[in-house]
Design a protein around this ligand. Structure first.
Ligand code: ADP
Ligand code: MG
Length: 235
């Protein structure tokens, strides 16, 4: 038997009514690996992320996580198994504090483990500690991105899905977010990042896929797809 991928999508196809948003994609992520999905607006990036998280229905194909078929599993079950998402547009709970957002990310955990996890986040992300009592809605976009990543990390996932984490961020916030992602990588967590603006994501990833109109156009080591991926920036 070949070595098992952490996540494997085979023939992944998602439709919205008559529209085929992603078509027969083969994608995998290995344990501890960072992989980027690059594509223009409407290419199908969020659809892939949401299909992996269980937020949209898979029309055809299969999703396997840690050797288990999760194609029809609920989002809650996938979360329990170790998949988490920081969604496009971040979508933190604006009326909750930073700390409450982080605790919310650990809703499936025992309370002592959850408290331990949030303490770890405060130790490792000083910004989160310094603003723990601030309402998340009062923070800047880059700061909210850190909250969204932190919230996804509370449960110590095996696979973190980041849907356009750099979208609309300033260069400084892109750098801060990149550092946070590096820390996630150091924990051994696998990361799947989608981006239209490929440059910062390519710096973090080992491997990537270039998506156009719901189909894979290129895949491979970052060094081999970099030029092609960057040319997509301007489509
Ligand atoms: N809820 C939806 N209903 C109908 N079409 C959708 C829906 N969400 C996305 N689409 C379409 O699916 C395609 C892929 O969208 P999306 O996955 O959001 O792309 P990306 O994240 O790369 O911008 C686009 O053509 C988009 O218009
Ligand atoms: Mg999107």
């Amino acid at each position: 038997m070949t070595q098992e991928h952490l996540l494997e999508a085979r023939g992944l196809t998602v439709r919205y009514g008559g529209i085929e948003a992603v078509n027969a994609l083969d994608i995998y992520v290995d344990p501890g690996e960072t992989v980027v999905v690059v594509g223009a607006n409407g290419a199908g990036k969020s659809t892939i992320m949401n299909a992996i998280m269980g937020l949209v229905r898979v029309h055809a194909g299969t999703l396997t996580f840690s050797g288990k078929d999760i194609t029809r599993a609920s989002a809650a079950s996938r979360a329990q198994q170790g998949v988490r998402i920081s969604p496009e547009g971040r979508r933190v709970f604006a009326n909750l504090t930073v700390e409450e957002n982080l605790l919310a990310g650990g809703y499936t955990m025992k309370s002592d483990e959850r408290a331990e996890s949030v303490a770890w986040l405060f130790d490792n992300f000083p910004f989160l500690a310094s603003r723990r009592r601030a309402k998340a809605g009062t923070l800047s976009g880059g700061q909210q991105q850190l909250v969204a990543i932190g919230r996804a990390l509370t449960s110590r996932p095996k696979l973190l899905l980041l849907d356009e984490p750099f979208l609309g961020l300033s260069p400084v916030a892109i750098a801060t977010t990149s550092e946070a992602i590096t820390l996630v990588q150091e924990q051994g967590t696998a990361v799947l990042i989608s981006e239209q603006m490929a440059r910062p994501a390519l710096k973090l990833a080992q491997r990537g896929y270039v998506l156009r109109s719901g189909r894979l156009r290129r895949s491979g080591e970052v060094a081999t797809i970099r030029d092609f991926a960057l040319s997509e920036d301007y489509l």
